[in-house]
Design a protein. Structure first.
Length: 262
């Protein structure tokens, strides 16, 4: 298989805002750094990394989740002054285990395919995802209700597929830019849960340049999915009880194997 020429640059990036997560170091940083720029956008002045270039930025939104979504869904604006040909967005709770993302991009992206992402392991319908988001209190119920009603009125079919949003391989081209702009509009004006609007955006724009990967999201050729762990530097008992407190406040439950992403 023909590999991407070295002149075609790749950026692999994540975005962490608030205390939601900490940054995991790739298993093979030296090998990866030969192929890609590793970048983490954050507002956390204490966040450090041996592998990622930490880019401290001023937040545009009060909501840290929405801030993350901006960087996740707007790579063409975030990196507009760069000459990258490809970008890989990954949520911070992924442990990157691959030695070569160049190989993965060569396998899954081409002139016909601009975006590759993993299918949901349990659900194939955004309306089932709405139910899961309701259960986990992932946003305001009225937002979910209005968004679901709008999609049904639009005629978006049930069981048309559901893709995960935590890992995406993407080209920089006009096709993907149009999709990402439309997706960002949905996330910024409706619910911030991006998995609720991705497949709708693909359908609405008749986006044909998507490849859905039949990968296990917890362990695959790119990496391993770990639990979200808050970045808390020195707060004693607060660190120990953080997840217990979060479950109490937001209603998280262990009985659901695959909750919506953050």
């Amino acid at each position: 298989m023909k590999l991407i020429r070295k002149r075609k640059k790749i950026v692999l990036y994540t975005a962490i805002f608030g205390w939601y997560d900490h940054l995991r170091e790739p298993l093979f940083p030296k090998e990866l750094s030969k192929e890609v720029d590793l970048i983490c956008f954050t507002d956390n002045k204490d966040l450090k990394s041996k592998s990622f270039k930490i880019k401290k930025v001023k937040r545009k939104f009060e909501d840290p989740t929405l801030e993350n979504r901006f960087y996740k869904l707007q790579p063409h604006n975030v990196f507009k002054d760069k000459t990258y040909a490809y970008n890989i967005y990954v949520d911070a709770h992924y442990l990157i285990t691959t030695k070569s993302v160049q190989q993965l991009i060569s396998e899954h992206l081409n002139t016909e395919i601009s975006l590759a992402s993993i299918k949901h392991p349990e659900r194939d319908c955004i309306y089932d995802e709405f139910k899961a988001c309701h259960h986990y209190n992932m946003d305001k119920p009225e937002k979910f209700n209005a968004q679901e009603a709008f999609y049904r009125k639009e005629g978006f079919p049930e069981h048309l597929g559901l893709n995960l949003g935590g890992l995406q391989f993407r080209r920089f081209d006009d096709k993907i830019t149009s999709l990402l702009n439309f997706w960002w509009h949905e996330v910024s004006t409706r619910s911030r849960r991006d998995q609720l609007s991705f497949n709708y955006a693909v359908w609405k724009l008749d986006f044909k340049a998507l490849k859905t990967l039949d990968w296990n999201p917890e362990k695959n050729p790119f990496g391993q999915l770990k639990k979200h762990e808050p970045f808390i530097k020195e707060y004693g008992p607060l660190k120990k009880n953080f997840h217990k407190l979060r479950r109490k406040i937001f209603g998280y439950s262990k009985k659901h194997k695959n909750p919506p992403s953050k």
